[in-house]
Each structure stands twice: as C-alpha cells, then as structure tokens.
Design a protein. Structure first.
Lengths: 115, 112
C-alpha cells in the first residue's frame, strides 16, 4: 500500500517553543492531507484539512494561529505547533488522500511532549 | 446520536477464532467505507476499502457493507495474537471534503 511518512516520530520540546512535524506521501501525490490529534484510548480528532497551494481549513475549536499548517507541494504538508504548552502534548497523525481514488492513508504518527 | 457507532470493546477471543467487528451509521450519504487497524502508539493502517454493498475479501479479512441497513462489518478468520489492536471503521462521501468520519474503534485482543 501507499506510504505516508511522518517526522519526527517523537519530539520533546520546552514550553513556549515551537515544533514542526512533517508529513510526506512517499509514492503518490496528495492534493489533500489531513491532520489529526489523538488522546489515549480515544479515536482520532480531525484538526484541519490541508490542500496543496491553499490555506488549510480548520475544524471548529482548533486555533489556526497555534497550529500552523503548510502544504507547499503535492507530497509534503507540515504542522507547526507554536508556543507549545504541556496541554499540547499528544499524538499527532497526518493522512493523505490518493489522487486516484478515495483511499486515505495514514502516517505513523508523531508523539509530542511539551515539558 | 453519533454519525458512526462502534462498540469500543474490549473484545477478547481465542487464537483461531473468527472475529466480527461492526459499525452502524446514520448518514445515508456515506459511499466509501474503510477499516483501519491501529496498534498501540502507532498510526492507523488501512486494511480494507469498499464502496458498494456486498462482500470484499482480502486474505483473512472480509469487509461487508449493507447500505440498506447502514451497517458494515469486518470479519477476521483464523485470528492471530498479532491481530490484537484497535480496529477503526471510517467512511466518507464525494463532496464531503474527503473527510473521514470514524467510529470510536474496537479494541481486540486475541489470546493464545
């Protein structure tokens, strides 16, 4: 199946700093990528939809100035958590839609810990 | 009422058993149905993708869709301990922004 790579898989940052997470589709082009957040033992919560070359669409309640999303190419989207706080500690997962159909593939996820 | 209902489990079965995982949904606009497997602390892995009523088989996995009843199932034959994971059903429709609507996930444990 198609591969979506996320980097870093784990990151620890200090409170008040910013951290960037990359999401790459390795063997297919993706005009649309999605960013999720997942808390322990809960399902995925969609944060935003990222379209190549345009501004991301954020879900209700997600701060666009805190979670900056850039989708500069058909294979790369980035999520930057700005001025991170301990409550931002979570598992962040991206997914990408295959151009050829409606199949959506997920990355391995990135664990963010803010200390 | 949630758009997609899924029993969270946990579901515990002996090795070799046939496992049945189910989701019901309320939005008749859903056209595409997926099952993902998520191991602890990992991203979801796509197992099955279907878009029509009926059965689709892939190895030990069979996905079943009944659009008239708004009910989907995933069957796992000859279950193995390595199948122990959380199974998420997800669905979407054309024009829905390609957003996936997920079930809460069913935690499965296959015991030796």
């Amino acid at each position: 199946g198609a591969v979506v790579s996320q980097h870093p898989s784990r990151v620890i940052c200090k409170s008040g700093t910013s951290v960037k997470i990359e999401c790459r589709s390795l063997d297919f082009q993706a005009t649309t990528m999605f960013w999720y957040r997942q808390f322990p033992k809960q399902s995925l919560m969609l944060m935003a939809t990222s379209n190549e070359g345009s501004k991301a669409t954020y879900e209700q309640g997600v701060e666009k100035d805190k979670f900056l999303i850039n989708h500069a190419s058909l294979t790369l989207s980035t999520l930057t958590v700005t001025s991170a706080h301990p409550e931002d500690s979570s598992f962040y997962i991206c997914s990408a839609r295959d151009l050829t159909g409606n199949t959506i593939y997920f990355g391995e996820g990135s664990w963010l810990t803010v200390v | 009422q949630k758009e997609v209902e899924q029993d969270p489990g946990p579901l515990s079965v002996p090795e070799g058993a046939i496992v049945s995982l189910n989701c019901t949904y309320s939005n008749s606009a859903f056209q595409y149905f997926m099952w993902y497997r998520q191991y602890s602390r990992k991203g979801p892995e796509l197992l099955m993708y279907t878009y029509s009523s009926g059965n689709k088989e892939d190895g030990r996995f069979t996905a079943q869709v009944d659009k008239s009843s708004k009910y989907i199932s995933l069957f796992i034959r000859d279950s193995q301990p390595s199948d122990s994971a959380t199974y998420l059903c997800a669905m979407t429709f054309t024009g829905g922004g390609n957003k996936l609507t997920f079930g809460t996930g069913t935690q499965l444990k296959v015991e030796l």
